[in-house]
Design a protein around this ligand. Structure first.
Ligand SMILES: [Zn+2]
Length: 230
């Protein structure tokens, strides 16, 4: 890997402004804060900036370009200038024949961070696994091996967010009904790791959890091999 996971955190305001932290077709730690839904002044967008693209368009993209597409989409969302690309009937027909998503995302199941909306993407663009606390379970890792190796996604992001209930539960501890405790257990090492650091305890834990889950993804030989290609 070219960078340590801790170097690839994404700013609270929006997604990272550069390709730093992108690791080949591999893993990027991400973080979206409340700034992602705070309108900020921007230049008017060119209507042709996001033209309809063929469903098999990811082959020509570099990881940095794939990340940039996400950054651009998130900036549009933040600025309330969404273009809602690739959501036409024609796109629907096109992706029915096959998918080539340009990015893969492991995000939280939280209803306030729907990936296609906050990145202003459409059908066939993103390969997404969402689970409370963006935990890299065995099945999530397997899914993202498929998304990157087989479908060819050029960048894989672990996306944490502010006020994550799953991370908050891990911070507070206690008894949990059903299988909720299994999520807390998977996040707990991040809480321990971030303990005592300056700043907000929950925010620190959310960021540490992104790094923790990214490390788990990187244990996959498939994903780590894709990282090394870069
Ligand atoms: Zn969450």
């Amino acid at each position: 890997m070219s960078k340590q996971p801790g170097q690839s955190s994404i700013s609270r305001r929006s997604l990272l402004k550069s390709g730093a932290g992108v690791i080949g077709a591999g893993t990027l730690a991400g973080w979206v804060g409340s700034g992602a839904i705070t309108p900020t002044p921007t230049q008017p967008l060119n209507d042709s900036a996001i033209a309809a693209e063929p469903a098999g368009n990811n082959a020509s993209l570099t990881p940095a370009q794939a990340l940039q597409k996400l950054v651009d989409g998130n900036n549009r969302f933040v600025a309330r200038k969404q273009q809602n690309p690739n959501q036409t009937q024609a796109r629907l027909v096109e992706v029915a024949k096959g998918q080539k998503p340009f990015a893969a995302i492991l995000g939280c199941a939280d209803s306030r961070v729907p990936t296609e909306i906050i990145f202003d993407q459409g059908l066939g663009d993103l390969f997404v696994g969402r689970v409370a606390g963006n935990v890299a379970t065995t099945e999530e890792i397997a899914s993202h091996e498929y998304g990157t190796l087989v479908l060819g996604a050029k960048v894989l992001i672990v996306l944490g967010h502010e006020r994550c209930g799953a991370v908050e539960a891990a911070v507070k501890g206690g008894e949990f009904p059903g299988l909720i405790g299994s999520l807390v257990q998977a996040i707990r090492p991040a809480v321990d790791e971030s303990e005592g650091k300056p700043g907000d305890r929950l925010e620190n834990a959310v960021k540490a959890n992104v790094i923790l889950q990214m490390r788990r993804l990187q244990v996959s030989p498939v994903i780590s091999k894709l990282n090394q290609r870069r």
